[in-house]
Design a protein around this ligand. Sequence first.
Ligand code: NAG
Ligand code: NAG
Ligand code: NAG
Length: 539
Amino acid sequence: MQCFGACGRVLLVSVAFVAIFVASFVQPASSANILGVFLSPSPSHLIVHMSVVKALAEKGHNVTVVTLLKPKIYHENITNILIPPTETDQAKYESWVAELSNGKSNILHGLVVLLTTNRVKIDMQFEAYVDKRFTALYENRDNQFDVAILGYALNYYQLAVGAKFNCPIIVSWVQQPMEGVNALVGNPREISYVTTLMNAKATGEAWNFGKRLENYLFGTILKGVTLIIDHLMSGYYSKLTAVEPNLPTFEAMKRNVSLVFCNSHYSEGPIRPLTPATVLIGGIQIKEKPDALPKNIANFLAASQKNGAILFSLGSNIKDSHIKPEILQIIYKVLSSLKQNVIWKWENLANTPGNASNILYQKWLPQDDILAQPNLRLFITHAGAGGIAESTFHGVPMVAIPIFADQPTNSKKIVLEGFGVEVDFDQLTERAFRNAISEVLTNPSYANKVKAFSRLYRDRPMSARRSVVYWTEYVIRHRGAAHMQSPLVKMNYIQSANLDVYLLILATLFVVFKLLHLAWRYLWSKVFDEKIAKKPKEK
Ligand SMILES: *[C@@H]1O[C@H](CO)[C@@H](O)[C@H](O)[C@H]1NC(C)=O
Ligand SMILES: *[C@@H]1O[C@H](CO)[C@@H](O)[C@H](O)[C@H]1NC(C)=O
Ligand SMILES: *[C@@H]1O[C@H](CO)[C@@H](O)[C@H](O)[C@H]1NC(C)=O
């Protein structure tokens, strides 16, 4: 009888343990609600951010994303709130891209134009951020988010979502850590050996005086631009607080970032110290295994076994109409005369540059899946960061035709690393273009170097996808990551450079020196005066 009760309890407890044990294996980590705010009007940015949340949806989380553009990456458990820009804004944005692509341009010029004559890239994001379709999301009290991921691009007043939903914030940035995101997580500014965006240098090189001076000057200009941007962002944040006075200060929101995901990997350089809150997820947009190609592309590539194939794309920002007709004719003439087959990203299929049989025009193409094909021999690219990452991941050498923004710098890097050659877009000549293509196709050094890099880039303890899942769940589990925030985030320039301490030491040294000097003069005058006092007697 006694045994009955005791044994029953033991049995119950054991069953409970077994149940918990089994459950812990069968059930996925509990599903979190995740918000993505991806309002950048750049399609290549959206691909990176969507790849981040796709990894989370695949892990079983419930993801809601707010976007300006219709994402090309989908998942059943990603709900998209689409807030397209007004037609006027879209037209302004396109004319801005067209203007930049026609002039010789670098990131600095692009930024100056953006911040002065054409602020549409910033304004269209702000309009979407205060749009009813988005605000409805937080006005509905039933919506609870465990973490919000913000796609960073001239929009960090949007860090306010962390306060709106009372949830931790992760920032997603499409490139290597730079000035703006470094400030959010306290990465030290290492100007004597870490490149600024405008100033590509080969990795691993210790710079001489000239290079350090150049980097310092570029870095200072960039710092200035960053301060101007910060001032602008603060202005937009004030517009938010004007409507919602209970929002914390902008400074407080900037100190509230748990992690930054940067779409880069240290094998790309520069080698530099990063805080643990900087998580490198380089190549997140690249599939570990390519998807099957659309039938027409698969057939076209299958027919390219003998001479191999070339992919030509100027990216998603540049429309066909942005390319000058004479440049287009040169490109067509050279590509149509090659023995390789060419896949050409071209929007207007009703009006193509020409009908050569070795060219397949595609309005939209699965670039990553195409670059993964073994008979792809060359990628002719505008040197956007995303395309370069895919090309280097798959070990395909490049001919770069940089147009604007960060592309000229990316392109210099391709040349420096020996992954390909560069041609000038505005002054493109038939000869230069033909020579560039022929050089990369016939000299094996480019393919060898990029393939060697590919092996290093892929060799990691955790894939980019797994890093995203691990670190996002980490932030959710601990309700943020304040414990690993660098104190630098809360320090001003004087404190972080220790200037006040140096000043005190200098002042102390000065006072001590002054006192010693006075004491010495006093003693000396004592001795000297006595001598003088004695001397006149002898004379
Ligand atoms: C989407 O979420 C539901 C509910 O959590 C889950 O049952 C389903 O498997 C998810 N779909 C995918 C493709 O992961
Ligand atoms: C997913 O998140 C949205 C937004 O918070 C919410 O409305 C929806 O109910 C969630 N779905 C599930 C299955 O939890
Ligand atoms: C290419 O072919 C299309 C349809 O066959 C034709 O309308 C067009 O004029 C051709 N273009 C050129 C440049 O020959």
